[in-house]
Write a protein that binds this ligand. Structure first.
Ligand code: MLT
Length: 304
């Protein structure tokens, strides 16, 4: 019997792919053969000698000591693409929230008090105060053209936006799946210099940490909206805070609230909701459970 320790909530549909006569699953099993996780930090844990495989129900693996595990011959499986639609939908929502000042306007109406006439006056004032702009013709820069970046790029085109993308490592299949209307830039700097909105869909590593920083933000058109649904470290939030003050950055929309920016009227921060849909959680859990089972039972390695 293989022991599968689930460190986070992993969808039951996913766990059901591990037959109960061969896999015991639980949240507090000692000496596990497999660890399944979502956001738990494996860097800070002692990894058991019994471990045969690690599976992440998500795309990023920055919460897992991949090199140390690889040195022990332990594969780390992840689920690229399984939550791409969920993240895409939230990024598109973020574009619209910023362009139409929806969060500010919502907070304004939530705080309204008084009789019908007072509220009607406030509505007239709010109509002017929170007027926004439309997306067609504006340029979205997409840094990273993997499963999520491609979906975001294609969806933005459908909204009438121009899209400039950058990814030096795009796969041949990825290039086929990307609309030919996406203009390909030669560098991150070239994307910044063209964008009205910029969104990041890259893993966090030494090449991507702080991609949005004082120097790159300066290259952009004044009034840039920065969207970060990838990882907190991709954006230098001190630089964003400074650029929000000068107006160089108009809005910062992020899935990673940062103390210094919480409460800023032109910051929209969410509690890492990108992949938090029932569908994405199930897709990721099924994909990772299938991979782990195939490895344990047949020795096959996919997405490790
Ligand atoms: C991912 O890396 O795909 C997401 O961070 C998944 C999650 O939110 O758990």
């Amino acid at each position: 019997m293989y022991r599968v320790l689930a460190l986070n909530n992993i969808s039951k549909v996913g766990l059901s792919r591990l037959p109960a006569d061969r896999f015991q699953t639980g949240k507090d099993l000692a000496d596990p053969d497999v660890i399944l996780l979502r956001s738990a930090d494996l860097h800070s844990m002692d990894l058991p000698a019994s471990l045969l495989a690690v599976g992440r129900a998500g795309a990023g693996v920055n919460n897992i000591p991949v090199a140390a595990l690889s040195a022990r011959g332990i594969p780390v499986f992840n689920t690229p693409g399984a939550n791409a639609n969920a993240v895409k939908e939230l990024v598109i929502a973020g574009l619209l929230l910023a362009a139409r000042n929806i969060c500010q306007a919502w907070a304004y109406t939530q705080a309204l008090e008084g009789d019908t006439q007072t509220v009607e006056h406030a509505v007239e004032a709010g109509k002017k105060q929170f007027a926004g702009f439309e997306l067609p013709g504006r340029t979205l820069g997409v840094v990273g053209l993997g499963a999520i970046g491609r979906q975001v790029a294609n969806a933005a085109l459908a909204l009438g936006m121009k899209v400039v993308g950058y990814d030096p490592g795009i796969t041949v299949e990825g290039a086929w799946l990307l609309s030919s209307q996406v203009e390909r830039a030669a560098s991150v700097e070239a994307v910044f210099s063209r964008a009205d909105f910029i969104t990041f869909h890259v893993p966090l590593n030494d090449h991507t940490r702080g991609l949005a920083n004082a120097d790159t933000l300066r290259l952009a058109r004044p009034g840039l909206t920065v969207l970060n649904f990838a990882r907190a470290g991709i954006v230098d939030t001190d630089a964003v805070a400074a650029a929000l003050e000068t107006g160089q950055v108009h809005y910062y929309v992020s899935d990673f609230p940062k103390p210094g920016l919480i409460g800023h009227p032109r910051v929209i921060a969410l509690p890492h909701l990108g992949a938090s849909t029932a569908e994405a959680e199930e897709n990721c859990a099924v994909m990772v459970a299938d991979q782990v089972r195939d490895y344990i039972e047949n020795g096959n390695i996919t997405n490790a």
